[in-house]
Design a protein around this ligand. Sequence first.
Ligand SMILES: [Zn+2]
Length: 599
Amino acid sequence: MSAVELPDAKPNAEGVRWDLSPLAPDAAEAGWQVDRALEAARAFESRWRGKLASISPAELAEALAQLAELENDLGRLGSYAHLREATDATDQENLDLSARFDRAMVEAANTLRFFELEWIALPDDVAGRLADAPEVAADRHHLVSSRRFAPYTLSEPEEKMLAERQTAAVSAWQTLFGRITSTLEVDFDAGDGVEPHTIDRLLAHVRDPDREVRRGALEALFGGLEPHADTLAHVYDTLVADRLAMDRVRGYDGPMEPTHLRNELDGPSVDGMLAAVEAHYPLGQRWFRHKAGELGLAQLALWDQYAPIAEARSVDYREAFGIVETSFGHFSGRIARVADDFVREQRIDAEPRAGKRGGAFCAPIAQNVRPFVLLNFTDRMDDVMTMAHELGHGMHFELSAERQTPLSAHTGIALAEVPSTFAELLAFDFLMQHEEDPETRRSLLAERVEGSFATVFRQTVLTRYEQAAYAARADGQTLTADRLSEIWVRENERYYGDSIALPEGYRLGWAYIPHFISVRFYTYAYVFAHLATLALYANYRTRGEDFVTAYLDFLGAGGSAAPADLLLPLGLDISSPSAWDPGFAEMERFVELASVPEG
Ligand SMILES: [Zn+2]
């Protein structure tokens, strides 16, 4: 029985809006508070600038506490501005407020930056002694890990020169890529007459029930990319060459080293994980062969990969929240209460409306103000999963806020998606136990399988493609469109085998993917998070109550340790390649459930 009473839901969560008053009473007061926060930042600077070299542990603790308070104030005020803008970006007062806070944030960051720079500049033994002091134990990991780039940092004048050339050497190419891919439009008829389609709009058709629409949309996309292939390859080639040159200058071991450092993961663990994923590509192929049968085809083509095989029933907001809250409650009363409090305190904005941004997110706000969730709820079963996902982030933010300082609360991208994906699995398993509509079950199962594949398998293909491209460039080979296409097709064929026919045009599939351009090897962290979650979920199913306690501890630990150390108490030793086996067993369980005809 739900601890919080929801009224009967109107269609599309009408009227479900958040109450931002705990963040600030109004724009004028928020503006005044941000001025005060900036003053506090300047006072912090005059108090501590130049002091780090001779700081005592007690003074360091004092400085960190002041910094934490500033983080809380700026986080709360910045969130107030951005959450207002997120629900109405057409309101001039909201836009002005956001712009004002963004300027203030830049100023605050500039004012406070000296602290981290002075900290990083300390000799290892001095910093080590300070970080080990009991006075700063709560921030030990933050202090130690913020120094991890120090060995690769150059002298101040050298760093300044590199920063000055960044605009022309890197950003200009990224902007060019963005301009080409965001303005590219292709004429396409999805059934309502010929219209110009952007890349995103074409890609949305891969889930269309009509095979001709799916095929036509992808063919149109590849045709549209063709005239830009040489330019897009040149952009990538230039960026890869520059990154390799910078790696040599800074002394990195290989092209993945900076990403590993940022993710706080070690190379051998990541290599072991990627090899384990590849060994399971046949599981993907098994599903695609099954799916061909479901669709009455001898073999899937690329455009059938995400074709729907069933249609889920609709579900209103009240029922959706009930599903999520009850499924959380089966795991632990503590996390069900987190969900209840979101509703009770009106920290969810679910109603889609004009001026509101699309998609969904959970905003952590600050240590002393609880998180908020934005949804665009349209009574679809997908929306239930999205709600579980965002409330999963919410339970992480809330439990870590209770035990961590603002500097130690947040994890990097390798773990950030673990609680959200875990929460989806709780809701999914609950639905599998209770949902009676066979079409809805089929749809949920297929989406669970294909969602896991899209993250675990596809993102590994992307990582392998990048590895091969960097290796070729390091070997002196220019990354032409033909060479990139060859690598792309090779890595994709290893995954799909003969289970999916790849059309000729797909050789340009690399050309529009923004991750390659913005942050190298970005995608493997998603593989890591997803597989880790599946492995944790398998542990939960075997260990039960004993796992629940450890998992709540993990949520409360936030970013107070590296991923490997946070996962170990949950039974996941990421240094061992067999660590991932329970995760793959979960994927296999989904495939089996999805492949069994329901009677
Ligand atoms: Zn998420």
